[in-house]
Structure formats: structure tokens, C-alpha cells
Design a protein around this ligand. Sequence first.
Ligand code: AMP
Ligand code: MG
Length: 419
Amino acid sequence: MTEFTPQPSCADAHEPNSLNVQDAQQRISKLISPVTAWKQCPLRDALGHILHQAIISPIHVPPHNNSAMDGYAIHGSDINGESFTVKQIGTAFAGQPFNGEIKPGECIRIMTGAVMPTDCDTVIMQEHVATDDSAITIHGKHQTGQNVRYAGEDLKTGEAVLPEGHKITPADLGLIASLGMGEITVKRKLRVAFFSTGDELRSIGETLEEGQIYDSNRYTLYGMLKRLDVEILDMGVVPDQKQALRDVLQLASEQADVVLTSGGVSVGDADYVKEILAEIGQVDFWKIAMKPGRPLAFGKINDTLFFGLPGNPVSVMVTFYQFVSPAIQQLSGQSYQARQLMQVPCVSTIRKRPGRFEFQRGILSENKQGQLQVTITGKQGSGILRSMSVANCFILLKEDCDGIQPNTVVTVQPFSGLI
Ligand code: AMP
Ligand code: MG
């Protein structure tokens, strides 16, 4: 009979040789060199791309002094007490400037966005004006220079508008369009391949036999990758067979910048991912002091980054959010994005043992007084994907935390659009 020595397992609160979350993030970051390839891209297609070259304004925005109101352009020097009269001699519309001379005592009707005539420096909004043919009587208190938008007030020629490494948003599309630029220089998109491992997994459309389940990880991964604006290569489900796994991994690593797998990285008899990676790549297997998501494989197969995520559906999402997503952002050349954290009172009681860093699923909401609060989503098992679906944030519980009593302030990480 062999002697039994207890081995470290997922049930342990703490393992002396496990890595903490921050150290794992730093180790990953050190191994990444951002892509350098770039391309010219028509403006609309640049949404979600990363800027390769800073955008420098080629023009003043707005390009000319213009009226901020519908009203009358006057000489500020004509302002005289709280009621005075000037004579209207013409009109300026947006896109149709008034080109004549405007002498003191004269004014023009002017619309919002119309070029300010050089003779005038002040606009009186029409609500403060009484008209009688061309006689314009202005009431109320007014100041020279009011209601004028100046050339270059928003951006000056040569001013930096957006830095290299910036990810193009809808607002940026408009901003760049306002500069008259139809093409910009962006980094090439990353290609990310992924597949699921497990004999028990079936794809949608197949019938489930006893013991089989539908593969959900390829769908959550697809969704999260889509949000990261990368090209996606879904390589399906691979059974727990060494040769099949080796073939697909090899192929994936040749075709993609990043390869993600789920399942097969723990210590079960059919967990072959480790063995194969040791043959074809330089990969470390980490036990991370976190819950969920303890086992994680990370390394390179040639130049391709590899992440072997755990199989449990919630663990996949948590490890993706904490490790894969920042790595993809860094590799894509995007400038560093700090994750937003908030301090919010927690309404629920949370049970936790000291030892691991926990990412509990939370719901951030407003109470009746309009103040933010967070509750947990209920059962927190790493197989309960519904907990992610109802959640809108993680509640971060540090290693030494031994549970949360209601109304304690906790740290919350909103999903910020990725999940
Ligand atoms: P493993 O890490 O391969 O031992 O898997 C851990 C648990 O996650 C097992 O219950 C698996 O059945 C489950 N699992 C693994 N991959 C998937 C997947 N792609 N979709 C849904 N469940 C999965
Ligand atoms: Mg498995």
C-alpha cells in the first residue's frame, strides 16, 4: 500500500507556492512586446483600432470666428446703457458670410455658426432685441466680445489631438472628421485563436449523451474578444487526446498572435495541455492565489502568446478579464488602461476564508436614497455562469479578508463594457 500524503488542491484556502494576482499580471506584462506593424485606414474603418501615429490638428477648429447664437452682430463700442438702437444692413448665415462693410451704428443679422464679420466683435442674442424694419433696438446688459466662438478655440493648428496608442471611439471618429482627415494610421489588428478542450463537450446542434455538456466557453470567449476588437479564430472543441491537442495547438500558434484554450490545465488524468505545451512551447503553469481561476498556464509557442485558462465557465471569464484582456491590450499597442475601481457599501453578508484573492460577482445599483451599493449575485461556484450574467461588477476581496458583514465598504471593479 502506498503511503498517502495530502496534495495541494482547490479546496485549500492557501498554498505556499501559489502566485498572487498582481505578480502574475506583472510577469505576463514583462513578456509582451507590442505589435509594430501598421496600416493606413479609412476613417470609419478605424473604429476600435489603435492609433499608430498621434493625430495632430492640420487646421484651427473652428476654422473661423463665428457666432454662438442666432442674433445680431454689432460693434461692441456701440453698447450704450440698457437700451440702444443700431441699423441692420445685411445677414450672415452658416456657410454664407456677409462680406460688406459694417460701420459703427450698424449691425447684421447673424445665425449660429455663421462667420463673424471682421468689423464686429459682439453678438446680441435675438431674444434681447426689438425690431422695426431695419431699426434694431437692443435691451438689457451686454458686454463686448460676448457670444462669439473664436477660431482655434477648440483646437489650434499643430496641436496634439489624440496620442499614439489611443483606441478610436465614436467620439474620436467625429473629432478626426472635424479636422478633415479621411484616413489615419493604425496598428494592425491582433488575431486571437481559441478552442475548448474536453471529451464531455458538445457543440450547439449536437445531441447530449449522458455525461456530456454544451461548450459555453467558446461563446463567452468569442463575446469578450469581440469587445476587444481583435480578429477571432474559433477552432472548435478538441477532445482530451494528446495528438489532437498537439495538432490544433500547433496550427493555432502558427495562425494567431494569441492562443487561448480552456480546460485541461488542472491535475486530472486527462489534463494533457501541460505535457504538450512543455514539448512545443515555453510555458509556465501557475497556481494563482485567486478564486475562481486558480490554475493558469501562460507562456509562448514560438512568438505566439499562450494562455491555458481553467475549464470552469466563471473561471474562464475571471481569468480572461484579469490576465488575458490586459495582455491583449498591451500587445495591440494600446496605451495602459487602469481598471476602474470603486469603494461602495456592500449590502450582503459575504463568506470568505483568508488565503486567496476572491473575485465575487456583484450587482452595483442605487438604493432609494440614490447612493451606490453592491450586493452579491448569490451562489458563487465557478461553474455557475448565471452569476456572471446577472452581475455587472466584481467584488474584490483581498487575500487576508475573512468575510464581509453587511454595510462594510468593499472594492468593486465594474465590468466596463467587456463582459
Ligand atoms: P477542466 O479544467 O478541464 O477539468 O474542466 C473543469 C470543469 O469545467 C469541468 O466541469 C468541465 O466540464 C467544465 N468545462 C470545461 N470546459 C468547458 C466548456 N468549454 N464549456 C463548459 N464547461 C466546461
Ligand atoms: Mg477537461
